[in-house]
Design a protein around this ligand. Structure first.
Ligand code: IPE
Ligand code: IPE
Ligand code: MG
Length: 261
């Protein structure tokens, strides 16, 4: 996406000591950044608050991450908001999150219109509570003709479930005689995943210091650069985003070969 350098400069005014916009190469911003937004509960507990307060605070970080991504000219920002395993949490926490997703999305629709952001979901959103599913479908409809950055929210997403679903779909097409097994290659499989048509993430950020994928984008992250920060999600700012991009730009990506690129 195009970068509006004037807006970007204003957005990154008043830098802290260790990082500034000049530290990143605007020609080499990753096209797709994905974030595992983790640590809301610990952020709240450290303040003697209920875990739910951490989720509420995390919404501000997410809004900032969306704006940062637009300003930096990303094509795609995707974020992991709720996994297929998160249903194991206490019912009141699940209920709060589902309600928070719905209200947040409604509140943020003006931002998506203003910034021309197209919304997308990874995961089975039909299985969500009706209030949430309805708002999500409304968000899809309202942003369908937007041509700017894609913002993908992974909700009720699990990578193994995603791959199993793709396998079922392909198997039924083979059974129906519309697909030949020998035609199933990597691109065919990619085209049946929730990320169909999107470039794989070049950079994955996980907050709160956890060094695991938690069932996120197992196929798509095959050659992604990982950046783990101890910062908890509600504390993650535009500057942390810049630190991650800077770290990414310092990596040598070899893709199995022996030279860079
Ligand atoms: C991430 O924060 C948000 C969701 C998984 C919905 P957590 O709720 O996992 O926070 P911690 O990991 O318990 O601190
Ligand atoms: C991963 O975080 C899922 C999301 C951030 C939505 P979790 O907090 O659920 O992951 P684990 O349980 O620590 O692996
Ligand atoms: Mg967590």
């Amino acid at each position: 996406m195009d970068i509006d350098e004037k807006k970007l400069g204003e957005y990154y005014a008043n830098p802290p000591e260790d990082i500034s916009l000049a530290d990143v190469d605007l020609e080499r911003i990753p096209h797709h950044v994905s974030i595992i937004m983790d640590g809301n509960g610990r952020w709240a507990q450290a303040r003697g608050l209920d875990r739910s307060e951490g989720h509420v605070a995390g919404v501000d970080s997410l809004r900032e991450a969306v704006t940062t991504s637009v300003r930096l000219g990303l094509d795609v920002l995707s974020v992991y908001a709720f996994s297929t395993e998160n249903w194991r949490r206490p019912q009141h926490e699940v209920d709060l999150l589902m309600h928070l997703f719905a209200t947040t999305l409604l509140n943020e629709l003006p931002l998506f219109h203003q910034e021309n952001v197209q919304l997308r979901f990874f995961g089975d959103i039909d299985a969500l509570p009706k209030e949430t599913a309805d708002v999500f479908r409304e968000g899809l409809a309202q942003t369908a003709d937007h041509t700017g950055m894609t913002f993908a929210l992974a909700v009720n997403y699990g990578s193994r479930a995603e791959i199993a679903r793709a396998a079922r779909e392909l198997a039924s097409e083979v059974a129906a005689g519309t697909l030949r097994p020998e035609d199933i290659d990597e691109s065919v499989i990619s085209s049946r995943l929730y990320t169909a048509g999107l470039p794989d993430p070049e950079l994955l950020i996980r907050t709160s210091g956890e060094m695991r994928l938690s069932n996120y984008l197992l196929w798509q992250l095959a050659y992604t650069e990982f950046y783990v920060t101890p910062t908890l999600w509600p504390d993650f700012s535009r500057w942390d985003f810049l630190r991650a991009v800077k770290a990414f730009q310092g990596r040598h990506r070899r893709f199995g070969g022996v030279t860079e690129r």
